[in-house]
Design a protein around this ligand. Structure first.
Ligand code: SF4
Length: 375
């Protein structure tokens, strides 16, 4: 029960009061409920319930991971219309980091910032075979055994399988043996093929993303799940995305966290074609965070606030709307930087201050969400 009468009253008078009351008494929303929640403008009522669910599990504790993002190549042959990061093979700004440089960046970040995770992501580069990834992971594992390797989207796994002409299970299994710990869950965008056809026609389809995640979970590779909202999808497509991930989680239990991202249109083909001009903004972020907490309560524990595209202030608010994790320090992020979206270099001190400013206790976690240090 929500303790404050005024909070109870706000929920009771909202347009989704039946759904919210059922959620408070332990019922998980179904697809139609989820569509109604997304269509509701009563974000404050949603936030009261999602904040209540969050506090039940985590109290006033917020976590973050001390990490680096390593974008190993920007060469890509998938040409997603929402992406400002990629360069075609042969482009004068195209780059691929040699393995020695990858290892050097991890080592230096470990020494300077004490990172406990490296998030490795890049383009779909047809010139890289599986040995490139295996060698990089083995070397990181050997030189920095306590840095978790959180790497590669489902679509990068698919690209490696195409280069090697082998199955995605084989790629996952070999990369796990080389040191891959977890998958970041990127590349899902919206799990709806009609939308994918419009925004990323050359990328893997929804069922392939789900299949690769299921394969990873069965091999013991845990992952995050993501959603990029704010392109061309409608509320029903967003709700179906949330449900598809919930269904897979019920089967495998392999998702550690969910991360809703808002689309950043700057410098993208979608913006230049006039399809989307502006980002979806702060209110939408709070709504998506609240609904994610409500839908995944007792199913996917961790929910990351998206400071990378929305800034620190919004991430603070998101913590009160249901998020429990601030994400990473993300030193060296280049994908979002390519859109010109805010600073992507945060150090742990800035995150700790941001968490403390709203009266929460800041805990550093590792790649598996285990608490390692209270600040
Ligand atoms: S989002 Fe990934 S797959 Fe799509 S163009 Fe950008 S780098 Fe390539």
């Amino acid at each position: 029960m929500l303790r404050h009468h005024s909070a109870q009253r706000i929920i009771e008078t909202s347009d989704v009061s039946d759904i919210l009351q059922a959620v408070i008494s332990g019922k998980r929303p179904k697809l139609n409920d989820c569509i109604h929640l997304i269509r509701s403008d009563n974000i404050y009522a949603l936030g009261l319930v999602s904040g209540f669910l969050r506090d039940k599990i985590f109290g006033k504790v917020a976590t973050f991971v001390n990490n680096i993002i390593l974008n190993y190549t920007n060469v890509c042959i998938t040409y997603c219309k929402f992406c400002a990061f990629y360069r075609a093979p042969g482009h004068n700004e195209a780059y691929t980091l040699p393995i020695s440089e990858i290892v050097k960046r991890v080592l230096t970040s470990k020494q300077l910032f004490g990172i406990s995770q490296v998030l490795i992501q890049g383009g779909h580069n047809p010139n890289l075979n599986i040995e490139y990834y295996e060698d990089a992971f083995r070397e990181i594992r050997k030189r920095c055994p306590d840095v978790g390797i959180h790497g590669l989207s489902a679509s990068e796994i698919d690209m490696i399988a195409k280069v090697e002409r082998c199955s995605t299970v084989e790629v996952l299994s070999r990369l796990k043996d080389a040191g891959l710990d977890t998958l970041p869950g990127a590349g899902a965008e919206i799990l709806d093929d009609a939308i994918k056809h419009q925004i990323s026609p050359l990328k893997i389809k929804s069922d392939e993303w789900l299949r690769i995640m299921e394969e990873a979970h069965k091999l013991g590779i845990k992952s995050s799940a993501t959603m990029m909202y704010g392109t061309l999808e409608d509320e029903e497509q967003q709700a179906r995305h949330l449900m598809k991930i919930a269904n897979l989680q019920e089967k495998t239990g392999g998702f550690m966290a969910f991360i809703p991202w808002s689309f950043e249109p700057n410098m993208t083909q979608m913006q230049s074609e006039g399809l989307i001009r502006y980002p979806s903004g702060g209110l939408r972020l709070l709504k998506m965070i609240a609904i994610s907490r409500i839908v995944y309560h007792n199913l996917i524990n961790h929910l990351q606030s998206s400071w990378l595209t929305n800034g620190i202030g919004m991430a603070q608010l998101a913590l009160t709307y249901g998020a429990d994790d601030f994400g990473g320090t993300l030193i060296g992020e280049e994908v979002v930087t390519a859109t010109g979206a805010r600073s992507t270099e945060l150090t742990s001190n800035t995150i700790v201050s941001a968490i403390k400013q709203i009266g929460y206790s800041a805990h550093e976690r590792d790649n598996f969400y285990r608490l390692v240090k209270k600040h």
